[in-house]
Write a protein that binds this ligand. Structure first.
Ligand code: HEM
Length: 882
């Protein structure tokens, strides 16, 4: 706590010191406009208090987590927090935004105590106050416009953070920006209090029902009372979650303790930010054990400090683009950590402790502090498991990937592992085709192909099955090119409601199958909750093959009005050692309220669909009176129905799996992700024509064949395959290869002829420019790029050379003090000075070998020209005989 608090005060002091006129808070927040803003006089006091409260809440959280961990108890809410862990950059922004939020909240309270009037959010503070607050809290730095490179590489590869995809609005679609709003937020107050915060508050003359009650009444489905999808595989469901993890990650507040009262959010029923606990109704079987289920508000973003805004907005911590960011990360630091920097091939880092026979796993997450391994065996630590954890003192069994949710369940781990392997397969193949490409080029080219593969599989194979062919062609017209006016950022309603539709298509069991798609006692099928955060099972129970086979052969769950969400998800989510399991349905509904999403009717209106006012109108839309009646009883009016539950209650459109409202919301988002992406795979110039043609035939089944031990796959892995006999061998022509020959860089350029290359270096033709980089241990002499001058038809300036760096000459400290340094081509050797050096040993060997050879030569010549007497006698005798 002390450290964090000191950092805050230090930051504050620095900002104050950097103020031009006076370092006193009073002066900084002086109101210059002359207008009277009731909050201005309280800014200094509120800010100091907010720093104390925020840092104290963070510190309490860290103490509590340490304590519960030392007691050996990982609670479901700890796993949820682990699930949403964020990168340092996101955490910094969240802290700044929470500080700002808490300060403004305190100012409002202070003004109210003094005046007994609730101020309007535009009238509370002046713009100058807000700007200063933003600066002091660190929000201004977070909101700064990034500067964009304009070189050839920035046209060729998307950035890791998604920044600068749109050159005019460089933050559109980038990581760590607020979700966009298609309808204004409808919070319970003007500032950002969630809907349903005050259970007595009414909307359209009715209060909102407790979300857990809705879950129990409408969603709950016994595990064995489900219908199976007759045409779709469970891999299609998994693909949806996979893409969700590519485009959406809403961080929650890092504090698990109320800012104002210090209450522990995991044990309180009182609503006090960030605690927004889910009340357990008396009718609930759980009510005897606990009266509330913990829920943490999504973290605010700094945009609430922008004068025109001043409302709470939630953050997307990852890039919105379909760019395989769950493989590569959405921050440059994570992307760099995930790469194998010593590889000349641009490979990603692999697990160094375990492998899946000849195939690799993702690396393990480093253990930051001594805590329980959330991804290890849970029920009882067997001696084998404890032996294992002793061996892995500095790691957990959690895998490290580009997204913090990689370990969430076995299906997710299987897809992460598969695509990690695919990246490494692609770079190796690209290297064979283009041996002059640098590790960076190989990495970027493979990453670009992976992005395209994800776009193609999603738009060509996944979406038509979800939306149905009719809705697909109506709502997703053919691609017409990049439109810089389209904002590709994820919309709040998409993240907090629409794209969660597939939670009702998840099977309650994880099917695992052996070779030949047969059941195997070594890795039997599991109830879903046994597969959550159970990464250890992949390593110890047969790798990813059994999980992939299960996804290929098992069907999706069918969503019907009476069979919504399986009890594995409503009753046993993140059921760890003790603690009340979570309920995914209730989380979804509470999240929508936390984000201030307007109700079902408003969203239907926004999609130009009819708005139900009565039970019978609702029943007509849902084509189900029982469900409509249930919703009416719970909500009192169709207008108040939470958008997620309303949307999933609609019957699916022909050939699809979602109703009209979800089709509208999903298609709108996916269209924006396509048309607003400067690196969309079909855009002219992103890939060449031949490359596009080859990419178009990409096959997920082929990717499975190439990166697992599976030998038989379906031609179409998103369609249901009923029998193992219907699978095709990987060698079948329908399981087409991605031919990378169109990626071969030409040897000459139309105007200037042969592309100049360098010895001991890499080169890349980027438009009409050749970029150079030297192998490690060599330095570039000359220009790092040459370009083709169309007038002189020459490359200019002349190509550089790569010269060996004499590490020993330049850097005397490269070897430890007691060792001597010897330069070699591209490297150096450290050797004991007392012992013969490597060079002298080599010289000595050469000299001795040369000496012996010379001696032998002399003896040979001597014998030839001065033969021995006996030889002469023998020769004479023999000549006579012959
Ligand atoms: C085994 C299957 C799954 C499990 C256990 C699971 C679990 C979860 C959990 C715990 C959350 C966070 C809830 C919250 O705190 O608000 C979540 C969010 C979400 N899930 Fe799932 N999910 C599964 C499958 C899917 C599928 C198949 C899809 C989509 C096709 C999906 C889409 C989403 C989306 C869009 C979010 C919001 C993400 C965010 O805002 O950060 N999930 N899921």
């Amino acid at each position: 706590m002390d450290a964090a608090f000191t950092v805050s005060l230090l930051g504050l002091a620095l900002v104050l010191l950097s103020c031009p006129d006076d370092a006193s808070l009073n002066r900084v927040f002086a109101n210059t406009s002359g207008a009277v803003y009731p909050g201005s006089g309280f800014v200094e006091e509120a800010l100091q208090r907010a720093i104390e409260l925020t840092d104290a809440a963070y510190a309490r959280t860290s103490e509590r987590v340490k304590k519960s961990v030392s007691e050996g108890a990982l609670r479901p809410s700890d796993l949820l927090a682990q699930f949403k862990q964020t990168e340092a950059k996101t955490s910094a922004q969240i802290r700044a935004a929470e500080l700002l939020d808490n300060t403004v909240e305190l100012i409002r309270e202070m003004v109210y105590t003094h005046t007994m009037v609730q101020p309007d959010h535009q009238a509370l503070l002046s713009e100058r106050d807000m700007e200063n607050l933003q600066q002091v809290t660190g929000c201004s730095a977070e909101l700064q416009r990034p500067s964009c490179d304009t070189d050839c590489l920035s046209e060729r590869y998307r950035s890791i953070t998604g920044e600068c995809n749109n050159r005019h609005n460089p933050r559109w679609g980038a990581a760590n920006i607020p979700y966009s709003r298609w309808l204004p937020a409808e919070y319970e107050d003007l500032w950002g209090m969630p809907r349903g915060w005050d259970p007595q508050h009414t909307y359209h003359n009715a209060s909102l029902p407790p979300v857990r009650l809705v879950s129990q009444e409408v969603l709950f489905t016994h595990n064995d009372n489900i219908s199976l999808d007759s045409t779709l595989s469970h891999l299609l469901v998994e693909w949806g979650q996979w893409i969700d993890h590519d485009v959406v990650l809403t961080p929650q507040s890092p504090s698990r303790s109320s800012f104002r009262t210090g209450a522990d959010c995991t044990h309180t029923c009182s609503r006090d930010t960030p605690c927004f606990p889910i009340q357990i109704p008396l009718s609930d079987p759980r009510s005897g054990f606990q009266s509330c289920m913990p829920f943490f508000r999504s973290a605010p973003s700094c945009v609430a400090g922008v004068p025109t805004h001043r409302r709470r907005e939630q953050l997307n911590a990852i890039t919105s683009f379909v760019d395989a960011s769950m493989v590569y990360g959405s921050s440059t630091s994570l992307a760099s950590t995930l790469r194998n920097r010593s590889s000349p091939l641009g490979l990603m880092t692999l697990n160094s402790q375990h492998s899946d026979r000849d195939l690799a796993y993702m690396p393990y997450l480093p253990r930051r502090q001594a805590h329980l391994d959330p991804c290890g065996p849970r029920s009882s630590l067997t001696s084998r498991a404890s032996e294992k954890s002793r061996q892995q003192e500095n790691t957990t069994s959690c895998f490290q990937a580009g997204d913090s949710r990689a370990n969430e369940h076995l299906g997710m781990i299987a897809l992460h592992t598969l695509f990690l392997r695919e990246h490494n397969r692609l770079v190796k193949e690209l290297h064979l085709i283009n041996p002059r490409w640098s590790p960076d080029t190989l990495y970027q080219e493979a990453r670009k192909i992976m992005g395209a593969v994800h776009q193609i599989l999603t738009w060509e194979h996944y979406l038509p099955r979800v939306l149905g062919e009719g809705a697909m062609s109506r709502l997703m017209p053919p691609y017409e090119g990049y439109d810089p006016e389209v904002d590709p950022s994820i919309a709040n309603v998409f993240a907090a409601a629409a794209f969660r539709f597939a939670h009702v298509t998840v099977q309650p069991v994880v099917t695992r199958l052996g070779p030949g798609y047969t059941t195997n006692s070594q890795h039997p099928q599991l109830p879903l909750h046994h597969s959550l955060f159970a990464s250890w099972r992949v390593v110890q129970e047969g790798g990813i093959d059994p999980v992939l086979r299960g996804l290929l052969l098992s069907p999706a769950k069918l969503q019907t009005p009476g069979q919504m969400m399986v009890e594995e998800l409503t009753e046993r989510l993140f059921q760890a050692q003790g603690g009340m399991p979570l309920d995914l349905g209730a989380l979804n509904l509470q999240r929508g309220r936390d984000h201030g999403l307007p109700g079902y009717g408003s969203w239907r209106r926004s999609c130009s669909l009819s708005v139900p006012n009565t039970t019978s109108e609702l029943a007509e839309i849902l084509t189900n009176f029982t469900l409509a009646h249930k919703l009416q009883l719970l909500y009192g009016t169709p207008h108040n129905i939470d958008v997620w539950v309303g949307a999933i209650s609609e019957p699916a459109l022909p050939g699809g799996r979602v109703g009209p409202l979800l089709s509208c919301l999903l298609a709108r988002q996916f269209r924006a992700l396509r048309d607003g992406d400067r690196f969309w795979w079909e855009r002219e110039g992103v890939f060449t024509g031949p490359q596009r043609r080859h990419l178009h035939g990409v096959s997920l089944s082929r990717i499975i064949c190439d990166n697992s031990h599976i030998t038989h796959v379906p031609a179409d892995p998103f369609s249901r395959t009923e029998r193992p006999e219907d699978m095709l061998p990987c060698s079948h022509p329908l399981i087409s290869h991605l031919d990378l020959r169109p990626w071969k860089e030409p040897d000459s350029y139309p105007d200037c002829g042969l592309i100049p290359r360098v010895q001991s270096g890499y080169s890349l033709l980027c438009d009409s420019v050749v970029l150079y980089q030297c192998h490690s241990g060599f330095e570039l002499l000359g220009s790092s790029s040459v370009s083709c001058d169309p007038n002189s038809r020459q490359w200019s300036p002349s190509a550089p050379t790569c010269q060996d760096i004499d590490e020993c000459k330049n850097l005397t400290s490269v070897c430890p003090q007691h060792l001597e340094c010897f330069n070699t081509q591209g490297s150096f050797i450290c050797s004991e000075p007392s012992s013969p050096s490597v060079v002298s040993v080599v010289t000595a060997v050469v000299v001795v070998t040369g000496g012996v050879a010379a001696l032998l030569m002399i003896v040979f010549c001597y014998r030839r020209y001065f033969p021995k007497k006996e030889d002469l006698v023998n020769a004479e005798c023999c000549q006579g005989k012959s």
